[in-house]
Design a protein around this ligand. Sequence first.
Ligand code: GRF
Length: 218
Amino acid sequence: MTHRLAILISGKGSNLQAIIAAISAGTLPAEIAVVLSNQTNAGGLNYAVQAGIPTVTLDHRNYASRDHFDQAVIAELDRFQPDTVVLAGFMRILTPAFVHHYRNRLLNIHPSLLPLHRGLHTHQRALDAGDSEHGCSVHFVNDELDGGPVIAQARVAVHANDSEETLSNRVHLREHELYPRVLQWRATGRLTLDSQGAQLDGQPIPANGFDLDKWPAE
Ligand code: GRF
């Protein structure tokens, strides 16, 4: 059975686009069962429509509470029976009930080298901190914001003349390489999380995850 992804977005969807491209190129043996957005005008929805992928839009402002919204998202996603739920620029904090429902199969990409710079405005914060390198991390999601086990990271050098925009653009390019690679591990059953922690091929993943530039041999 082909591994089924549900992808959650709120915005531009460039990571979604990269995942669609990897599937088309044959490097990611998965199927995107559904793309769900909480923003009706999320640009990324167009990538899904163009690729013939079902889309669902749920405007969080129509729900009385975070819990009600998350329960509605769960109900929609579960119709599509996802093996892995992929957060790709989904700008909502998820309730513990949601995280628990998809525990061990919920992934996020965060634009920093975790555990540095959890939360928002990571590029500006890396500049303000004078970091010499910055990047992105793919991690399993748990109850702690941007705090679940890191699976892999990609680094970029910070340049003296970088602005938030130039730095963010470079990190984005790395995200587009990193997320499909990690999802390939998921789709082929190699990447798991259980009470033993995050594992690749049954071996513990290093604390800060694998480095995209030192990728383990296939
Ligand atoms: C990315 O920077 C990702 O790390 C963060 O949200 C952004 C999404 O970008 N979680 P896009 O919508 O995939 O272009």
